[in-house]
Design a protein. Structure first.
Length: 368
């Protein structure tokens, strides 16, 4: 098995984007292991939300696919195209998700890891556990995957319906505008709720109806690239620095959880900041070094890393190996990263990749 095959066809800048996102997520979930260690007081830059980076990147990549379909069909998206799109996306996302969901059910019910089986229900199989209400205590990381799946469902359906009435670029923009404005309105309506940081996190940050707009900003970037490519390329450097400024500003925003901005426009700002990074990331086409291949490898296994790092690896290490002294914390943190990367590599090459190969066989390669 070659862990570093030929990645020449990939856009390296987007692999960097995805690798940074998963590193932020995995470190964020394991940072508690560094408590009372010398690294606890290390001057870390306050962490950016890696999941938001994933959302925007996903919108950019998936948006490009949908826009190409629309363009090939003269500003019409057919149900046949949508069904093809769904089959390919579900081959990509569902097998890993259901495998790790079943492992979580087994591990929690047998006491291998901590979790609340009373929070588990059929909703996890249908991706509705956090559609309109929060959940917590079981398979925490599934919240973002639910948002992704509903994005895969709703945007194509909306494009089919709107482009039947307005088969043009304006029709596409109208669909995107709806999916940005409606979640914002829903957040504004719910903003008067009083809550602490925990309930802000599970109620506003992790509910489908509150967060669908985040992914759409990535689709908007794909639209600009697709229909205004020269402009997209021209703004790469200035938009990158502006994006960094916005991302850091939101990362350092003193989130009070009960202020109006935290519940509403805060999420728009994080998404716009991430979106502005995309033109520059997309301009970095290749980086042919060992480090470049390692970054691309992390990018490839990022989905598996996201699924295993918190509910499985971090939970098992925390429960089975309590910290007695600072050295234990450093060892646990090192073991955490080692197990996450190695188990995700195995999961990718022996489960995820074979399924993707099946998906890419001739009968799933074209929609026409």
């Amino acid at each position: 098995m070659n862990l570093f095959p030929n990645y020449s066809s990939r856009i390296y800048g987007l692999d960097i984007f995805r690798a940074i996102a998963i590193i932020l997520v995995v470190h964020g979930h394991g940072a508690f292991m560094l408590k009372n260690t010398p690294l606890e007081k290390f001057p870390w830059i306050r962490l950016i939300d890696g999941v938001d980076l994933f959302f925007v990147l996903s919108g950019f990549l998936i948006g490009g696919i949908l826009l190409k379909m629309v363009q090939e069909n003269n500003f019409i998206l057919s149900w046949k195209q949508v069904l093809f799109f769904w089959k390919r996306r579900w081959f990509r996302t569902l097998p890993n998700y259901y495998l790790i969901l079943i492992v979580n059910i087994i591990f929690v019910s047998t006491g291998i890891i901590k979790g609340r089986m009373d929070q588990f229900s059929y909703k996890f199989f249908l991706f509705v556990q956090n559609f309109s209400v929060p959940f917590y205590g079981f398979f925490w990381e599934s919240w973002s995957l639910t948002i992704e799946e509903w994005f895969y469902i709703l945007l194509p359906v909306l494009l089919v319906l709107i482009l039947k009435l307005f088969p043009s670029k304006k029709g596409i923009l109208f669909a995107l505008a709806l999916m940005i404005i409606l979640p914002l309105i829903y957040r504004i309506i719910n903003a008067p709720q009083q809550m602490n940081p925990f309930w802000w996190d599970v109620t506003f940050r992790k509910v489908v109806l509150m967060r669908l707009d985040t992914i759409i900003y990535g689709v908007l970037a794909a639209y600009i690239k697709f229909y205004h490519k020269r402009f997209f390329q021209k703004i790469a450097v200035p938009s990158f620095f502006l994006g960094i400024a916005i991302v850091l500003a939101t990362a350092y925003y003193p989130n009070q959880s009960n202020d109006f901005f935290s519940k509403t426009f805060f999420f728009n700002c994080t998404s716009i900041g991430a979106m502005l990074l995309l033109p520059y990331a997309d301009s970095i086409k290749s980086f042919r070094t060992a480090i470049g291949k390692m970054v691309t490898h992390i990018s490839l296994i990022s989905y598996s890393m996201y699924l295993v790092n918190l509910g499985l690896v971090a939970s098992v290490i925390t429960k089975q190996f309590p910290v007695i002294n600072p050295t234990d914390g450093l060892l646990k943190y090192t073991a955490y990263w080692t197990i996450v990367i190695s188990s995700s590599t195995i999961l990718y090459f022996f489960f995820e990749k074979p399924i993707l190969n099946l998906r890419d066989k001739k009968f799933f390669s074209k929609w026409t």
